[in-house]
Design a protein around this ligand. Sequence first.
Ligand code: CA
Length: 530
Amino acid sequence: MKVRRFSQFRSALAFITCFGAAGYLTTQSQGSEKPNIIIINADDLGYGDLGCYGATRIKTPNIDRLAKGGRRFTDAHSASAVCSPSRYGLLTGRYPLRKNFWGPIPLTQPLTIDPAHLTLASLLKGAGYDTACIGKWHLGFGTQKPDWNGELKPGPLELGFDYYFGIPSVNSGPPFVYVENHHVVGADPADPFIYGKKSVTQQYPEKSGYAGIGGGKEAHELYVDEMIGTTLKNKAVDWIKKRKNSKPFFLYLATTNIHHPFTPAKQFVGTSDCGLYGDFVHELDWMVGEVLRAVEEMKMTDNTLVIFTSDNGGMLNVTGQKARKAGHAMNGALLGYKFGAWEGGHRVPMIARWPGKIPAGTTTKHLISQIDLAATLAAIVDRPLKEGEAVDSVNQLQNLTGSSKMPVRKTLIISPNSPKHLTVRHGKWVYIPSRDEGGFQGKKLGNHLFAGAAALPFSGKSNSDVVNGKIRPDAPPAQLYDLEADPYQTKNLYSQHPETVSELKAILKGYRTKIPPTQPVGWINLKQKM
Ligand code: CA
């Protein structure tokens, strides 16, 4: 098997990216059918990337329609500002810090989720569901190191998924193949995968991209960037159409849209007003529309809970910079980007639709994390969590249904890529125990990793610690923001509220003790690398 596109550029990119009310529950779930559950987890989709979240240069009619039929969350967070730990948190209901998990994992990483831990899949499989994971995995395989030429086990199937098809790692890096259940699709024992081997397309670049080498049966020929969205959509739709009404299903669809490289299928190129960035979102919207159409055709809409979200905030890479110049703000007015501790890194779109159960066309500003899906789904299927299961997850069913006027969750720990920037949210306050956002370190326009204080002037945003794109020498050592009064984090109140700082520091200190003394998983010291 050839290591396709193991070019210096892309491999480098791959490396760095990579019903609190029990009574209510009982009355809701008893005597009613368990709903089908679809979670669509987009990749790097920012808070401002959807029409229903304010985008104007990008049109997302299908996702907007989903929001219109359900509830939109304006203070929803991924567990981490980075792909892999974010997915770990969503699937397990555990903070990534419990695994010492900070960054995107390399190809050599074994499975990051302990099969003994509860996952959304094992929870729902245990409740009688058919389960499938389709799309980007990026959580490792195997117990030591993935065997790309053999059995990729344990993997999604050992965590409760009946079926898996997708991208094993990330679309910006090798192995550039699909995996189905335990094996690479089209793997050829006569041409085995070798770590670091040069790709054929590196020698024949004219065959990459739209020219494609697709159409063959060999693993890398089956994988064509511009067809990933279509392929995953087809697999998801086919799987849904094979379901029977007698058994509920759980589909976790993790798209590669809109992670770089931006490779929408031809029919979407040029359809947005902000270049390939927007075109790739358009393809994502089409995928969502097709999946919802399949549910509709199966006459399952009324008994299907659909949750749409993203694994982390938008990234100001070169394609993103072009979109910004065209008037698109990927994270809306929020400060910061993917990988970072500021809101733009981890406050993400979240929409939940469940006709008759979730009030249509509503929004909620109550704090919620993807970590909370485990306890919430457990409540929906009436399967109480046991001691040690999904330990950081909070049941948010009341927030979904709108039956509570108060936030269900007050405190939330959020992991950026930098452990020094481990962030705590407590009510309206957010505390970041260091300066800047601690994410990507690109300092100039045109840099793939443009972010942080340096990117503020270009982004048209301001922060009291920053002057001319640099942290002021006399800026406080850490950051405190009042998100109620200042949602866009323009004013660091660290010096004005020492008592609040102490209180939040103490909460953080308690959680730091839960970080195991093991080798950090996926952490990249970006400062050293730049
Ligand atoms: Ca991501």
